[in-house]
Design a protein around this ligand. Structure first.
Ligand code: PMP
Ligand code: GLU
Length: 397
């Protein structure tokens, strides 16, 4: 038989998704697993949102919509972007997508020509480089070091730019590091983007989960609106991961290209989810901010536990709901069975097998010296996870 797609052969499947799927399967088999693998809020979708989904079904909102989505939900996104980010996008600039992940795909597909270089600050969210490569682009990584609180500088960005650079993918607050950029840091980066005539894909899915300072959208910086493809969604903010609803907001020329791609590839995200998303976007932000306050307590709990374990290094995260912990001082130690822990994958396998703790190897995010914990879990789960992690590390010799 003829070869299947070689481009796809070279794609690495999402490790965050793989670990989450494995942990859920192990739990379903009755195994005692504590999972801090997936970045998924632990709370259920608020009842009012679920009800809007049910009402949509009963009202027969079950036919095709426009490729960009229903007008009401795009208008609600437009209102949200004005209210929270002081950005003027009308409904024509907005495309509803099947989750923010799909909005990342749309943005890259709208920009990439074969051989284009796409700048990705590293550590990065697992999906970015794989989609860039799959679409024929070349990922170019800039190291956002722990010493610089996992942020890149304008100088680093400048150095990475070549005549082939098309865009940067910017994730603020960042998964997996929790780094949050200040206005002045963004301003410096935006100057390079403008001077070098680049685009910016700005993934803002963790915008509401900022613990220090306030969130600034890259698109709101002087001159950036025209060259930014903004990505956001309701998965994290409204506990709607399984509903699959996100969006792109972009200048009209780009919005039209994304709408064209979408009309051929998926047509539109679920009509039902769009009505549920409409209810989410129309809610006030009280419950979102109370979830953020919970996350802050959980972050502080995790930090206090990890500070008692020697050999770890953590740059305290200022946003999102992840801890990206340097474990490199543990490498070289042996498990009770005599296996050497040489990298983040070895450590995560060992912890899953010996302690039933699921976390994600930093290698999946471009930094093999770290492992990622999601603290979007209740305190009881976090306590168990910390106990297991501590015991697992103590048992290494
Ligand atoms: N961007 C980032 C940085 C993420 O961590 C995630 C993970 N959920 C997404 C996008 C995709 O979110 P969604 O569930 O809306 O597809
Ligand atoms: N974004 C979440 C994470 O990083 C969910 C899984 C995924 O889509 O990668 O864990």
């Amino acid at each position: 038989m003829k070869n299947l797609s070689t481009r796809t052969e070279n794609m690495t499947p999402s490790l965050t998704v793989a670990i989450d799927t494995l942990a859920k399967k192990m739990k379903a088999e009755g195994k005692d697993v504590v999972s801090l693998g997936a970045g998924e809020p632990d709370l259920n979708t608020p009842t009012a949102i679920c009800k809007a989904g049910i009402d949509a079904i009963l009202a027969g909102k079950l036919r095709y919509t426009a490729p960009t989505g229903i007008l009401e939900v795009r208008e609600a996104v437009s209102h949200k972007l004005m209210r929270d980010n002081h950005l003027t996008y009308n409904a024509d600039h907005i495309i509803m997508t099947s989750g923010a992940k799909h909005a990342v795909f749309n943005a890259l597909a709208a920009l990439i020509n074969p051989g284009d270089e796409i700048i990705i600050p590293s550590p990065y969210w697992v999906t970015y480089p794989e989609l860039v490569k799959w679409l024929g682009g070349i990922p170019v990584f800039i190291n956002a070091s722990a010493e610089n609180h996992f942020k890149i500088t304008a100088e680093q960005l400048q150095e990475a730019v070549t005549p082939k650079t098309k865009t940067i993918i910017f994730n603020n607050p960042c998964n997996p590091t929790g780094a949050v950029y200040s206005f002045s840091e963004l301003e410096k980066l935006s100057k390079v983007i403008l001077e070098e005539d680049l685009y910016c894909i700005s993934d803002e899915v963790y915008e509401y989960f900022v613990y220090k300072g306030s969130f600034v959208s890259m698109a709101s910086l002087n001159g950036m609106y025209e060259r930014t493809i903004l990505i956001n969604g309701v998965s994290k903010s409204h506990c709607m991961t399984g509903w699959r609803l996100g969006y792109n907001a972009a200048p009209l020329a780009i919005a039209k290209i994304i709408s064209k791609i979408q009309s051929q590839a998926i047509h539109h995200p679920s009509n039902i989810s769009q009505y549920a998303g409409l209810a989410a976007l129309n809610m006030d932000l009280e419950s979102v901010f109370s979830m953020r306050d919970q996350f802050l307590k959980r972050r502080d709990y995790m930090l206090s536990r990890f500070q008692q374990i020697k050999d770890l290094f953590i740059a305290p995260p200022e946003g999102a709901f992840y801890l990206f912990v340097s474990v490199k001082n543990i490498y070289g130690k042996k498990t009770p069975e005599g296996k050497t822990i040489s990298n983040s994958s070895d450590l995560c396998h060992y912890l899953l097998e010996s302690e039933g703790l699921a976390i994600v190897p930093g290698a999946a995010f471009g930094d093999d010296s770290c492992v990622r914990f999601s603290y979007a879990a209740d305190l009881e789960t976090l306590t168990k996870a910390c106990d297991r992690f501590e015991r697992g590390i103590k048992n290494l010799g």
